[in-house]
Design a binder for this molecule. Structure first.
Ligand SMILES: [Zn+2]
Length: 272
């Protein structure tokens, strides 16, 4: 479980740098193309099927950076997952202290996985950089201005910017649009969770071996395969460890996003 939180000021610096690069090299199209930024910065990149070795890798050799992007068998440079990986690797090349660390003698190539569970400062920052690059702050602020937080908005942004749902959610969380939590469950066990700094609950009612709580939409999927395309209502007591009885019937929305290849459900939880 990741515990590193990027300090506020650092987040702003990263967001500004990413937005600057997106505006400078990618024109006004909403779909930011990381490879354009790499080309303009004279960072070479190579794509291939590297199986499960990494999602992205950055190497510094002979005074040059090279990014390797794993397309696996079916993906291409326009697949949202791949775009996010490319943005992540660009982050390692573009953020000063990442770049400087990789330029030290004897440093091995840096391999990254997009599993969102990492606990390392540099991985969290690269992940955040990528969400800021693909979803530049001022553009997204315009898109969400005076709009309610609901799944439809997340879906609209995903399509407009050609990014994953996770990328949109991480971006909205950083922009403090509204307090919400993301819980990612794989094979019935909670794999990772993230929440806004002002989300009212933090501890999930985990079962044995981190099992997802049963009386939740995610829990139902793993119990009997039930899937919901619509947002469901759940109560605080279904999801969270509570410290006050008054919180038991606090109503939350839960929207599930299912990803069968990984036997995964991502629950987005928020209050009205
Ligand atoms: Zn990385």
């Amino acid at each position: 479980m990741g515990t590193y939180d990027i300090p506020r000021q650092r987040m702003e610096e990263i967001s500004d740098l990413a937005e600057y690069l997106a505006e400078k090299y990618c024109g006004s199209s909403p779909v930011i193309v990381p490879q354009q930024i790499a080309e303009a910065s004279e960072i070479k990149f190579t794509t291939g099927n590297y199986k499960n070795a990494f999602d992205g890798l950055t190497r510094y050799r002979n005074n040059k950076f090279r990014i390797f992007i794993n397309l696996r068998e079916t993906d291409n440079l326009f697949t949202p997952r791949v775009r996010f990986s490319f943005g992540h690797e660009l982050g390692h090349c573009k953020m000063d202290w990442h770049r400087n660390a990789m330029m030290q003698p004897g440093v091995r190539p840096h391999a990254s996985f997009l599993d969102y569970c990492f606990d390392s400062e540099e991985e969290r920052e690269a992940e955040f950089f990528s969400s800021c690059l693909l979803l530049p702050e001022s553009r997204v602020r315009k898109d969400i201005f005076r709009k309610p937080f609901e799944y439809r908005l997340v879906d609209e942004l995903r399509l407009k910017y050609n990014v994953s749902i996770t990328a949109v959610l991480l971006r909205l969380m950083a922009l403090d649009m509204r307090p919400f939590m993301i819980v990612c469950t794989r094979n019935g066990k909670i794999a990772w969770q993230r929440c806004s700094h002002d989300f009212p609950f933090y501890r999930i009612m985990r079962g044995l071996n981190d099992a997802v709580p049963v009386d939740t939409a995610a829990g139902e999927y793993f119990a009997d395969g039930s899937k919901y395309s619509k947002t469901q209502d759940v109560f605080a007591e279904d999801w969270f460890q509570l410290y006050s009885a008054e919180d038991r019937r606090r109503k939350f929305h839960e929207h599930c996003v299912y990803y069968e290849p990984l036997n995964q459900v991502m629950s987005i939880l928020w209050e009205d």
